[in-house]
Design a protein around this ligand. Sequence first.
Ligand SMILES: Nc1nc2c(ncn2[C@@H]2O[C@H](COP(=O)(O)OP(=O)(O)O)[C@@H](O)[C@H]2O)c(=O)[nH]1
Ligand SMILES: [Mg+2]
Length: 279
Amino acid sequence: MQDSEIRVIDVKERILADNDRAAEAVRSEMKQKGVFLVNLMASPGAGKTTLLVRTIQALKDTYRIGVMEADVDSDVDARTAAEAGAKVIQIHTGGSCHMDAEMTEKGIGEMGVDDVDIVFLENVGNLVCPAEFDVGANKRVMILSVPEGDDKPLKYPLMFRVSDVLLVNKVDTAPIFDFDFDRLRANVDRLHEGMPVIPLSAKTGEGFDAWITWLKREIEASRRLAADDPATAGAEQSGAGTHDVSADGRLNAAASDAEKAEKTQPVHSAAQGEKVSAR
Ligand SMILES: Nc1nc2c(ncn2[C@@H]2O[C@H](COP(=O)(O)OP(=O)(O)O)[C@@H](O)[C@H]2O)c(=O)[nH]1
Ligand SMILES: [Mg+2]
């Protein structure tokens, strides 16, 4: 057989191209529905669930929150997020080390997003595969924890390139680890110049306001864009454009009483064990 007769297909390229199309479909659906989707990525143990719980507590009086917990197995994180007051669904990836757009679409469909304003996807814990797969989120949020070290941008560059913000968690442990924040900043800038880096502790709450401010600003900016877009201006967006964010990112209480009431409806809790198997 001559070389010219051998068909070579780049399977990975095709998978990623298919995924990108599916991700655009998710993004467009979320925009239509006025839902802000956050893809939360980090190593196992970096503090994704702990950060999520504190974030839910900080936002739940303002927004209705959904959480998709992706794990190879188990539903421990889903139970924790449900107890914090979010509508939750557990997704088992069936061994896969990341979520892709199709699994995300399935999770969204099973959970139902008509009664939520924000959905957090806690991705499978690792710094490699989740970086490759766009799930259709508005923002990709990466957590690096102090004990993991300041050299991680050198080892996992793609994750730092694709993320929109870097949260450096567990700053309360900084005295016991020789984590150099300047070295981290320099390593990050080589890959993604100017990416916001927010040091915080999901345990003590130190630095948390800066994260919540960043997030609220992004949510409100996305709502304003959707409101200005003729394709989505009429879409159902509870509270869209009704919250005004001041320069420091705090919400000004511009919501009507009816809207406030709508937002404080009891959330559906999937602690009863709602699950979807993504594969
Ligand atoms: N000291 C400290 N521990 C934390 C912090 N955030 C999370 N942890 C702990 O780190 C461990 C893993 O946290 P978890 O939220 O389950 O991480 P996940 O696997 O990324 O979801 C738990 O023992 C948490 O209590 C933090 O800011 N400081
Ligand atoms: Mg977790």
